[in-house]
Design a binder for this molecule. Structure first.
Ligand SMILES: [Ca+2]
Length: 310
């Protein structure tokens, strides 16, 4: 799964205050190394609303909610009473609402979510289900709340992120894999898209990958384990806004799209044939335009985009 940027403003108290949140009984505390976190009193709340512009268009959206928290005076390990929780309330344009609750508890099963020093992480996936094609999301309310707690709930970070696999309007095929390396290091970024098994002409676009900072793109490589026979393989490369809108081929002229010739295993295209400057906050994904014959379409396609920092 590939998720986009956090949709919440001031998610981690790093402004040093509670700006962008409507609060009751919430303060900001200083943590280790000038970091900050929210402290919700025993009965407290903080909420903010995410606008439709931030959410972007449907269809088929799901969100991942992540909360890093600490219960100041720990509950008993197997006390599963919920005294602190996050509510995600999705309001639809037809007046209906969907609500998800994510509990902030010590108990149940803490394996794999222990961040150390008493901090815990909880993740949940909120699937948006539309009543009909004419319904849109009006807003999303994110609310953190405590009730009858002892010594409060600390929250270091809350994230709500949109699943990028669905923003291009369709779920991707099961046989598509995307990965990105060279992020957060001196290494140049490399985007790799793999389509496993035999290729199909009418297959959906691959999962998009976010562009983490402004990059320059030198070359795009394309190769297959099994060559196409009868036709060339042609792939288009699409850049879109992070919400999937304004999708556009990077090629002004389609003759330059990455191609593997009939009977061959390999092709490449240089940035002489596309604008090499790709902006941060865009996403990139490939789309298969043409494959070999029905019997011999080509198999195990890999598309590799090599970038550099600008
Ligand atoms: Ca923080």
């Amino acid at each position: 799964m590939s998720y986009g940027d956090n949709l919440i403003t001031n998610p981690s108290a790093e402004t040093g205050d509670t700006s962008n949140w409507t609060i009751s009984n919430v303060t900001v505390q200083e943590g280790v190394g000038e970091t900050h976190y929210f402290l919700l009193d025993n009965t407290a709340y903080m909420y903010q609303t995410i606008s439709p512009e931030t959410i972007g268009d449907k269809p088929d959206i799901d969100f991942k909610v992540t909360i890093d928290f600490k219960l100041v005076t720990a509950q008993e390990l197997y006390d599963s009473d919920v005294k602190g929780w996050v509510t995600i309330e999705i309001s639809y344009s037809d007046g209906t609402k969907g609500e998800f609750r994510v509990p902030c508890v010590l108990g149940i099963n803490i394996e794999g979510r222990d961040l150390g020093s008493g901090w815990l992480r909880t993740e949940a996936i909120c699937k948006v289900v539309y009543a009909s094609d004419n319904v849109d999301i009006d807003s999303i309310l994110v609310r953190i709340e405590t009730s009858s707690l002892t010594n409060g709930l600390e929250v270091d970070q809350i994230k709500i992120e949109k699943n990028l696999e669905t923003i291009i309007g369709e779920l991707v095929e099961d046989n598509m894999v995307a990965s990105r390396s060279g992020v957060g290091s001196a290494e140049p970024p490399i985007f790799v898209f793999k389509i496993q098994g035999y290729l199909a002409e009418d297959s959906k676009p691959c999962v998009p990958l976010p562009i983490p900072y402004n990059i320059g793109v030198g070359r795009i490589y394309i190769y297959v384990d099994e060559a196409p026979i009868g036709n060339d393989i042609i792939v288009d490369i699409i850049l879109a806004d992070e919400n999937g809108e304004n999708s556009e081929s990077i090629f002004d002229n389609p003759i330059y799209r990455p191609t593997i010739d009939n009977g061959e295993h390999y092709g490449q295209v240089t940035n002489a044939h596309f604008d090499y400057q790709w902006a941060q906050d865009k996403v990139v994904y490939p789309s298969i335009i043409q494959v070999g014959d029905e019997e011999t379409p080509g198999a195990e396609l890999c598309i590799e985009i090599r970038g550099s920092r600008t």
